[in-house]
Design a protein around this ligand. Sequence first.
Ligand SMILES: [Zn+2]
Length: 319
Amino acid sequence: MAEAILAIDIGGTKLAAGVVTPLGEIVSSAQSPTPNREHADTVYAALQETIQRALLSAGGGWSVASIGVGVGGPMRVREGLVSPLNIPGWRDFPIVARLRADHGLPVALDNDAKAFALGEYLYGADRDHSDLMGVVVSTGVGGGIVSHGRLLHGRTFNAGHVGHMVAEPDGPGCICGGRGCVEAIASGPSIARLIRSQLRQGRESILANSAPESLTARQVAEAARAGDELAREGFDRAGRALGVGFAGAAALLDIDLIVLGGGVSNAGDLLMQPLRAALAEHARLDYIRDQVEVVPTTNPQHAGLIGAAALAAQEQYHP
Ligand SMILES: [Zn+2]
């Protein structure tokens, strides 16, 4: 039987599990909605049910040797305790101890955006880059850094929070308590929120006809493609914020590749054009000017599971 990794990707809306080969190929996967308003054990039971479905559909040819888990932060990696902001039932939830007890396997845990970055390094399309950043633009803006082929952890395992680099010092307030963070401008909910406040001030837009309280970044993207000026400004501002943040990160980290994932990055050129323009404008030092490529992930559907698998693979197969 060939060895495989059980990959687990835990998000605020979706739980995913998959059996993944040490080369990053998906053998099977399953997902279910996160019962994110429920008690800790209800969430864990839903996760176990998802895991069982993934294991069953992988068939009998695989021997799972380790588990990799990507979760939204914050967390205490060393203690194996997670408190994802968008799963209120899990506060200091001992995910590592629970999975180890239930499956009898070693468990590698980290932030889902750091996992995404490591997955792109180990298994992504651009594997000739040893220094890269992975960024997930979704409900928040998360990131992870691979430096010289190793995931950068920082003192408290929180390195890579590119979403809280400041892009507009006088910009909108951020969930972290700061102001003008990349996430406060470029996350999906932030794009929608900034458009809503313009609509309330009477800006004309085809979005004025839709229910403003349920406005999503996806609707804003559709309106922008239909030529709506306000919607296009929203993506320009989001792309610029990301580009400014990326220029700072590139200068600091000496990287030449940034891989984007997450639902908001599906907006494609609407986001990429202003992003690349701001990056070119602000990344001026010799070693980064015209050197930093920004590309979308090649496997948006399974990027989370591949990242989780990479966490286990790096410990087990590339220590
Ligand atoms: Zn912030």
